[in-house]
Write a new protein. Structure first.
Length: 418
């Protein structure tokens, strides 16, 4: 479809809007129709070519020459001059692992490989478990809580602070700045809010630049020390700009996926009480159950690419210079890949085929940490909160984000231990 042509209102593609209330609640019937009728389509609302089938998404992920990740998370619209004026106080471009192509990607990923080695992640298990228990201790006697606000945000937030080497007391401020970064990507919020978020984004840049310079003077056993560039006396083959941007991205990635995994997973189990009981009785089912959660309710709805050459996907030519959105949440329910794809099944044999962490060179470097945090979170919640259930006096609230799929509030209750 030419970029200037809007779809007719009876065209299924006209309904694609991840932030519409019905799609926040349940977008999957629409995704199924799109896979059948218009698997690759242009959305004039978002100026995006949306890719919905598993095979096409996998091809885009593998073909880094024709589908570039550079600038993948830049705002989808030109910022207002007032916003640009604020952003001009910082770096002219955001350079990070997820927004890089070969060969830069290999150079940057090598730094994270050291920081997120299997040995280092395994060694974090006692700290993660102690942190989960401390959070549960804070509301255990109340008999009710907001799982997201009182647990699922804080657990991965504290752990990523530990990994970076910044105080846990800074987590709330860093989270607000990270939300500012997410809001700027859409460029659709009211101008006053965009300007405020731009100030937050610049403050986050300055925070991590100051942290890196502090590590240059006083190295520690943390990720920020590993990110100190060689030009500043460190070991990382990065520019200062790359080091700062990757620290910002790591904070965001280090908590968003796990927060979504915990909230989405608990919600799915509440809706399938027999499977919740099975997991409660046998925690050994958790690793595969978490893979199925990632498939059925992907915390990252999808990701962006820039199209570098005209490319045919499912018989549709996606033109050079356009922007593509690979819809993981649709590919993870593709009927050609998964039997009864809308059914949540903690014992599903092919659950690990999901796309929630991406594929190819951009497979999420923090996936093992997210899975470890998720497993421990569920173990401790199910062990310590008997009769854990969804509250009926308050409704869950989904986050109104384009890229992310998860809850802002998930009210839970349990039987207070005697």
């Amino acid at each position: 479809m030419p970029a200037h042509t809007a779809p007719a209102m009876d065209d299924v593609t006209a309904h694609f809007n991840p932030m519409a209330p019905d799609q926040l609640d349940n977008p999957y019937p629409l995704y199924a129709r799109l896979r059948r009728e218009r698997p690759v389509f242009y959305s004039p609302m978002f100026d995006l070519w949306v890719v919905t089938r598993y095979a096409d998404i996998s091809e885009v992920e593998r073909d880094t020459a024709r589908f570039s990740s550079v600038g993948a998370l830049d705002a989808r619209a030109e910022p207002h001059p007032e916003v640009r004026a604020v952003l001009a106080q910082g770096y002219s471009q955001f350079l990070s692992l997820v927004q890089s192509d070969l060969p830069d990607h290999t150079r940057v990923r090598a730094v994270f490989g050291k920081a997120l080695s299997a040995q280092r992640i395994a060694a974090m298990e006692p700290t993660i478990r102690a942190t989960a228990d401390a959070l549960i201790d804070g509301f255990l006697r109340d008999g009710k809580a907001d799982l997201i606000q009182q647990f699922a945000y804080a657990l991965p937030g504290f752990i990523i602070c530990d990994l970076l080497g910044v105080p846990r007391s800074d987590m709330e401020q860093l989270k607000r700045w990270s939300d500012d970064k997410t809001l700027l990507m859409s460029a659709t919020a009211p101008l006053e809010q965009q300007v405020q978020s731009a100030h937050g984004f610049i403050a986050m840049e300055r925070y991590f630049r100051e942290q890196l310079h502090e590590r240059r003077r006083h190295p520690r056993e943390d990720l920020l020390t590993l990110l100190v560039p060689q030009s500043l006396g460190g070991t990382a083959p990065l520019s200062e700009q790359e080091a700062v941007c990757n620290a910002m991205d790591l904070f965001a990635a280090g908590h968003e996926t796990t927060t979504g995994l915990i909230g989405n997973g608990m919600w799915l189990l509440f809706k399938a009480p027999e499977q919740l009981e099975a997991v409660r009785e046998d925690l050994g089912l958790l690793p595969n159950a978490l893979e199925e959660v990632l498939r059925v309710e992907s915390p990252i709805r999808g990701f962006f690419r820039t199209v570098m050459a005209d490319t045919a996907l499912s018989g549709v030519t996606v033109p050079k210079g356009s922007r593509a959105f690979i819809l993981y949440a649709s590919g993870n329910r593709d009927e050609t890949q998964f039997t009864e794809p809308d059914r949540f099944d903690i014992r599903r044999a092919e659950a690990k085929k999901h796309l929630a962490f991406g594929k190819g060179i951009h497979f999420c470097v923090g996936a093992p940490l997210a899975k470890l945090e998720g497993r421990i979170a569920f173990e401790q919640l199910l062990r310590r909160l008997p009769g854990l259930r969804l509250r009926t006096d308050e409704a869950p609230v989904f986050r109104p984000y384009f890229m992310l799929r998860g809850f802002e509030h998930l009210p839970i209750a349990w039987d207070v231990p005697a």
